[in-house]
Design a binder for this molecule. Sequence first.
Ligand code: NAD
Ligand code: TDX
Length: 335
Amino acid sequence: MKLLVTGGAGFIGSNFIHYILKKYPSYVVINLDKPTYAGNFESLSDVENNRNYYVITGDITSPTHVEAVFQNGIDVVVHFAAESHVDRSILNPNVFFQTNVLGTQYLVEFAKQYKVKKFVQISTDEVYGSLGQTGRFTEATQLQPNSPYSASKASADLLVRAYYETFGIPVNITRCSNNYGPFQFPEKLIPLSIIRAMNDESIPLYGSGLQVRDWLHVDDHCRAIDLVIHHGVPGEIYNIGANNEWTNVDLIKEILDKLHKPYDLIHFVKDRPGHDQRYAIDASKIKRDLGWTPRITFEEGLSETIEWYLDHEFWWKRVQEGEYRSYMALQYGHR
Ligand code: NAD
Ligand code: TDX
């Protein structure tokens, strides 16, 4: 089996490549990544000598780059590559539509021309919009994206769906909740809070801090994608979530407790425009149809993630160089 993984130098993609090379030693993995500020091939330095792992540096918004990759004979595409940070999509929406919509269209078009056996579109619960106090997103929930990021992901999902309906491309769309784990770029809430708390720096909490996110360990996500690749029914959407809802303020307090740091590091700042109040995933379909179940408790997963950041200062210091500084200044002011 030859897998094309797009965005494999990013957070989930790099964890997924580690997972696949370990579980399926005979599979060939091609990692197509640009990389942007969020991509870091160093996250895969331990597998770079694996003879089944290939890196192609290329841009999914270039049809020439994308076609060249498909000429290698691809069986399955797992499409992670994206602009993934909501706050950046508010500062600069344009690149989100270029990468997430146009890039996806090139990939699925060449997947059609080169007759791949499966195309997995890695999407997000954010396409469903925001929930009130109760209820959960199912695969039938209406799409109501609220940020430029989620609108671009919803657009990509719809075009992937159209390629299934019109051309019969064997696609699946997966929509997971917020992931956490090693190698996550420190613009996202959990690594941002861990690193800033470790350094005794204030942690910016948007608005009331009472928004709710449903946290999923990246390894549980990877196992779900594995099942979708091998057993997903073409054309189907699968929601993935671990039934693990936390308000942002409680989550940050939990991190501070684990690091033995005071709560007064929490610094309430201006809310995110269009901030979604609550996400919660109903994952009963993938559990019932594909036998998936999350294995990692939040208690152990969060502790291990904190340990990972404590042990990998060289990794997060490196990714904080350059562009990260100007983004932080723009997003949070002088802090
Ligand atoms: P990430 O930002 O860490 O990584 C994205 C990767 O895509 C990077 O390696 C980047 O270099 C690459 N990339 C971006 N533009 C590219 C281009 N034009 N050409 C080639 N490569 C390009 O993102 P992530 O958190 O790993 O998310 C991966 C996917 O999962 C995304 O599609 C995202 O929408 C989705 N998702 C993420 C989460 C989450 O909590 N992180 C939750 C749900 C869905
Ligand atoms: O500094 C911060 N302060 C804060 O209060 C940041 C960065 C975030 N937040 C809040 C906003 C959200 O309610 O924390 C919550 C989580 O924020 P993010 O880590 O930015 O994640 P979110 O916006 O929920 O989106 C994530 O999950 C869905 C990923 O970034 C997306 O790629 C994925 O699709």
